[in-house]
Each structure stands twice: as structure tokens, then as C-alpha cells.
Design a protein around this ligand. Structure first.
Ligand code: SAM
Length: 240
């Protein structure tokens, strides 16, 4: 079964964007994944095709109207659609590799891209939208965030990455940052490839990578290491 994403947006021309190239592009061509952009403005009811209005209570900016967005959501995702409904939002739970993997195992997603000050809270509640953030910063619209989410999901769909094992040792898959990589030439501006990597000793290489991975995570992302996790080497054992 392929992964089908319907993206509700005011800028449908932004999709598939860069996803049309490289890994995800090939998956889209093969039909392993589909991205269907739908213009929220097509569901506007006035002759100006307006989709937003001023914030209740005052303040700067505009807010996406709940009635128009709800009609759009219902049109693309009728009752019984098993796909989760996501709203890209800086207030959402941060996107994680675990959530990416879970989405990739499902039938797809309906993704709402916010604009302006955001979306009327009542449609978030009424249509049970799961707010998803791609980081602690504010973009001008949900489209780049949706593209990032789709890129992350499509690359882990079965068969998309060439090597079946590639991806399973990457950052966040076992809760850690990945170890550093090296390739030829052996000597670059006086810097050599760490000897262990050219030793041919697979156990020593695995141990070195596990230690590097843990040290990097401790230094850069100690938040990924809750509690006492003295030995994470076992989590890095290659798949049999
Ligand atoms: N007023 C909102 C706030 O302070 O939380 C920010 C609105 S932002 C200018 C417009 C839209 O961009 C949002 O509705 C959302 O769809 C998207 N967006 C901005 N930052 C995002 C982030 N970090 N993750 C996901 N979506 C984001």
C-alpha cells in the first residue's frame, strides 16, 4: 500500500517542490507515495475568495477561518478516512523520528498548512487536528514544514532507500546522534581517517562508532539521554 498525503494549503504550487527530485522524487514517480496539494481558497464562499479574518479580541495579523478550513478538510477526508489529520504548527509536539516512522507505516496523512497568525482553534478541536512542530522557531507558513515532514516520511517508506539497512543506524533511530563518517582520500589537509575504520576489525569499528555516537549525544544533545544509560553499545549492534 502506498503512502498518500493530501496537503491543504494556500500555495499548492509549492508541492512537491524539492521532493520532486532525488530519493522522494523517485518514490513519487514509482507510486510508493503520492502528494496531492489542495488549495484551501477553492472552498471560499465569497467573490473575493477570502479565507481569513481579523483575530477576535484584537491584535495583529489574520486568522484562517474555521468554516472554510472545515469544509476543505471534510471534502478531502470524509468520515472513515483512516489517515491522521496533522496541522503544521510551532505550538505542536516536536516531530520525532519515531513519529516519522509511525506515519510511514500508515496509509498517509491529511496535512493542513497554516498561514498568517494561524488557524481558528475551533477547527483544530472540531476536526481533531494533531499539531506538529518542526522546531522551536517560527516560519511564515506551514508549507516548508509539511515538505520537511513528507521528506522524512517518504525516505523511510519500504523500498525507498536502496540499501535495506541504510537508515536503521541513523541519528535518532536508537535515540542517539549518529557517529561521524569518513571516506577517501585517506589523508585530507593533514587529517587522517581514524585508524580503527581502516583496520578491518568489525567489532572494533562498531565499538568505536557506538562510543563516538554516545560522546556526540552527550556533548550536543544531553536531552536525548534521560536518566542513567551507561552502555548503549548493544543498541548499535548491526542487524543480523
Ligand atoms: N502565531 C503563530 C504562533 O506564534 O504560534 C505562528 C504562525 S506562523 C507565522 C504561520 C504558520 O506557519 C503556522 O500556522 C504554521 O502552519 C506554520 N509554522 C510556523 N512555524 C512552524 C513550525 N516551527 N513548525 C510547523 N509549522 C510552523
Amino acid at each position: 500500500m502506498s503512502f498518500r498525503a493530501t496537503v491543504l494549503t494556500l500555495y499548492p504550487e509549492m508541492f512537491p517542490g524539492h521532493l520532486g527530485q532525488s530519493l522522494a522524487g523517485r518514490a513519487l514517480e514509482r507510486g510508493d507515495a503520492a502528494i496531492e496539494p489542495v488549495n484551501i481558497r477553492d472552498f471560499a464562499t465569497d467573490r473575493h475568495r477570502s479565507v481569513d479574518d481579523t483575530p477576535a479580541g484584537g491584535g495583529a495579523g489574520m486568522v484562517l477561518r474555521p468554516d472554510i478550513l472545515a469544509t476543505a478538510i471534510d471534502a478531502v477526508s470524509p468520515v472513515g478516512d483512516p489517515r491522521p489529520r496533522l496541522l503544521m504548527s510551532p505550538r505542536g509536539r516536536p516531530l520525532t523520528q519515531a513519529r516519522v516512522r509511525a506515519l510511514a507505516e500508515g496509509p498517509g496523512a491529511v496535512i493542513v498548512c497554516g498561514r498568517f497568525e494561524g488557524v481558528d482553534q475551533r477547527v483544530i478541536d472540531a476536526r481533531d487536528l494533531e499539531e506538529v512542530s518542526i522546531g522551536d522557531y517560527v516560519l511564515s507558513g506551514g508549507e516548508p514544514a509539511a515538505l520537511i515532514l513528507l521528506d522524512a516520511v517518504i525516505r523511510v517508506l519500504p523500498g525507498v532507500m536502496g540499501n535495506a539497512q541504510s537508515g536503521t543506524h541513523e541519528s535518532f533511530e536508537d535515540g542517539l546522534l549518529e557517529h561521524p563518517h569518513y571516506t577517501r582520500p585517506q589523508l585530507f589537509e593533514g587529517r587522517a581517517i581514524p585508524e580503527v575504520l581502516t583496520s578491518g576489525n568489525h567489532k572494533a569499528i562498531e565499538d568505536w562508532r557506538a562510543a563516538q555516537s554516545l560522546a556526540l549525544t552527550r556533548a550536543r544533545r544531553p536531552d536525548l539521554l534521560p536518566g542513567d544509560k551507561p552502555d548503549r553499545t548493544a543498541a548499535r549492534q548491526p542487524a543480523k
